[in-house]
Each structure stands twice: as C-alpha cells, then as structure tokens.
Design a protein around this ligand. Structure first.
Ligand code: NAP
Ligand code: ZN
Length: 343
C-alpha cells in the first residue's frame, strides 16, 4: 500500500511516499481503508521532533484522525463488519492495564497511539483495535466525520470533563478559529453557555462567529478584560480555554471572574509564564491542566457531533503526495478548521 513515511525529524521533506505491506488484522482488530485523514498541530510538532510519546521510533507513519471503511475484521470481532463506515479513537491503549480497564486509555502504562507511536492513517490502510472504532451514521459524510475526532474529543474533555461548563456560564477561548477552539465554541453553545472568542484575523473572527461565539474580539483588542467584564455584567468569565500559552496567559487571568477556572491545554506561542500567587489565591482561581481525553470523552464527543451535525470547516484538502503543501498550510498560522489528506 501507499503510505507517507517520516524517516527523520525536520520539515515536510522528512516525509516520503513509500510502498509498505498492508496491515494484518489481529483477532481483536479491524483494518480500515482510509478515505480521509485530518492533520493536527500535534503532527507538526512531532515532525519537528523529538517524538512525543514513549516508544516513538523512526521510520513512522503519521496521521491520527481518519474516516473510512472497514475492509477486514479479526476472528473475535462481532460488533463491526466489513463495509461499515467508521472513525477510530487513535488512543488505542494496551487493553489490559488498570487505566485501560477504567476506560482511561490516554494514561495507559504503555500507550499506543495511531499516528503518535504506532502506524497512522497517512496510508491507504490502517489497523486499529475493534474497541476503539466508532460507527459513522449514513447521514454524516466522511468528509465531515474526519474533522471530528481529536479536536472535538479534546474540546469535550476540556470544556465538560475538566472544565465542568454549565448552562448560563461564560467561556472565553483564544485562537478562536483553531480546530480545538472551534470545537469548544460549538460544544459550549450546545451546552447553553455564552462564548467570547479571540481570533487573529477578520476571516478567523468570522469563523468563530459562525461556530456560535456571541462576542468575537481581535487578539490585540485594547482593554479586552474590561470588554469581557462588561459582557458578563461585571462578573468576569467563568471559564477560559487557553492553548496558546505565553502570549495569552495574562489576558486569560485578567478575563476570569472570582473563582474562575483556567483550562491550560497547549503552549503554541511558548511554554513559560509568570504570575503572582497572591492574585490566584485571593481571587480563588482554579488552574486546571487538561490533557488526553478518555474513551468515554471520545464516545460522548463523536456521538454528540454525529447526532447534532457538528463538524469543523475543511481549511484545505490535498492528495497523499501533496502532504508537503499541507504541512506548509498548517504551519503558516492561517488555517481555519482542519487540513485534510485524501490517501
Ligand atoms: N492537551 C491536549 O491534549 C491537546 C490536544 C490537542 C491539541 N492540543 C494543543 O492545542 C493547541 C491547538 O491545536 P489546534 O489543532 O486547534 O491548532 P490549530 O488549528 O493549528 O490553531 C493554532 C492557532 O493558534 C494561534 N497561535 C498563537 N500563537 C501562534 C504561533 N506562535 N504559531 C502558530 N499559531 C499560533 C493561531 O490563532 P490566531 O491567529 O487566531 O491567534 C493559530 O491559528 C496546540 O498547542 C495543540 O498542541 C492539546
Ligand atoms: Zn493500558
């Protein structure tokens, strides 16, 4: 089969098309013919190196998010049959450690993540454990389904499982047209919350607005904390989602109301911040790290999206051999929604 194989760390030139053997189905596995693979910023980070997950080795086939059709099932698989249209939770887990048994595959003792440290979906076929497979209803096109997995599962974990966002509360998101932020906006509106989004261009502000944000501000808006305060009748935000890091940290703290919760989920602009402990404890702020989603988060997020017709815009679509152009688009900070590869 054709696959894109990363042979070293670097830029897009480190990934080459190669012919690889087709994956063989184990008893509890399925093999999926990949129709579409959605890229994540994480793919870009890992391309530059070093590998992010234990057990990562070169050569490596990237690609965590995909949608396609099952072509083979293992002897012990009864719930899925060839021909089923599916997407897959890329976080596979070992299936037997205490964390996997509790449904928390993200913190498995020997994590196996498709496209992370196991062969991913920038290929014609990919092997996955049957328990990680989610059926896609006929009403949902594969082009829409492929935009859902990591962005919505990550956003669900942040906004609901860690952030406990309630109807009537106000969420502030940064980088409002990024994949995860667009998903968070849609989920927050679905939950009956109000959303204020920051975004870095007119087109990104329009996308955040279309996703449902009630108030959209440019990144450089003056007195943005005062604007958020006015929007919330002086209370300040209940929850802030920040995956930008250094550049947005100050604004995140300033926008929060008393006992507000800050979701820390990424560091795209830098990793180091400083703050006054007194400010945090006097105001009763809660600083919450939000990492890998659980299998329950993945199921809840995909079910909600497939039932309610939620998905992300497709920023651009490329054939498998166009991967280098796709990386460039992703790296250029201009994308709105998902960059998708068609193997
Ligand atoms: N904790 C987890 O489990 C988890 C899971 C998935 C993703 N993440 C993290 O969440 C973040 C967002 O992921 P994503 O896939 O939604 O990203 P994305 O769609 O590629 O969007 C990234 C956005 O970040 C903003 N940004 C700010 N500073 C930037 C910089 N120096 N370079 C590039 N962009 C910058 C830009 O928005 P503006 O131009 O509007 O400012 C950009 O559009 C990443 O840091 C990713 O690693 C974390
Ligand atoms: Zn495990």
């Amino acid at each position: 089969m054709r696959a894109m194989v990363q042979t070293e760390f670097g830029g897009p030139e480190a990934v080459f098309p190669q012919d690889l053997p087709e994956p063989v189905c184990g008893p509890r596995d399925v093999v999926v013919e990949v129709a579409y693979c959605g890229l994540n910023r994480l793919d870009l980070v890992q391309l530059k190196g070093p590998g992010l997950l234990p057990g990562f080795r070169l050569p490596h086939v990237p690609g965590m998010d995909f949608a396609g059709t099952v072509v083979a099932t293992g002897s012990a698989v009864t719930s899925i049959v060839p021909g089923d249209r599916v997407t897959v939770d890329p976080t596979q887990g070992c299936g037997s450690c205490p964390r996997c048994s509790a449904g928390d595959r993200a913190y498995c003792v020997s994590p196996r993540v498709l496209g992370g440290n196991a062969p991913g979906a920038l290929a014609e076929y990919v092997r996955a454990s049957a328990q990680s497979v989610i059926q896609i209803p006929e009403s949902v096109p594969l082009t829409a389904a492929v935009t859902v997995p990591t962005a919505f599962a990550t956003a669900w974990h942040a906004v609901h499982t860690v952030g406990s966002l309630a109807a009537g509360e106000t969420l502030v998101v940064h980088a409002g047209a990024s994949a995860v932020s667009l998903a968070a906006i849609a989920l927050a509106k679905r939950a009956g919350a109000s959303v204020v989004a920051f975004a870095g261009s007119d087109a990104k502000q329009a996308a955040a607005n279309t996703a449902g944000a009630d108030l959209v501000l440019p990144n450089e808006a003056p007195d943005s904390a005062k604007t958020v305060s006015d929007f919330t009748d002086g209370a300040g935000a209940d929850l802030v989602l920040d995956h930008v890091g250094t550049e947005t940290w100050r604004t995140s703290l300033d926008c929060l109301g008393i006992r507000g919760r800050l979701l820390l989920m990424g560091n795209t602009s830098g990793d180091q911040v400083s703050f006054s402990l007194q400010e945090v404890f006097h105001r009763g702020l809660k600083l919450l790290g939000t990492g890998g989603y659980s299998s329950a988060d993945f199921l809840a997020a995909t079910s909600a999206c497939f039932t309610d017709g939620l998905c992300l815009p497709t920023a651009a679509r490329f054939p498998l051999e166009g991967l280098a152009d796709a990386w460039d688009v992703l790296a250029a900070r201009g994308t709105i929604g998902k960059v998708v590869i068609e193997p």
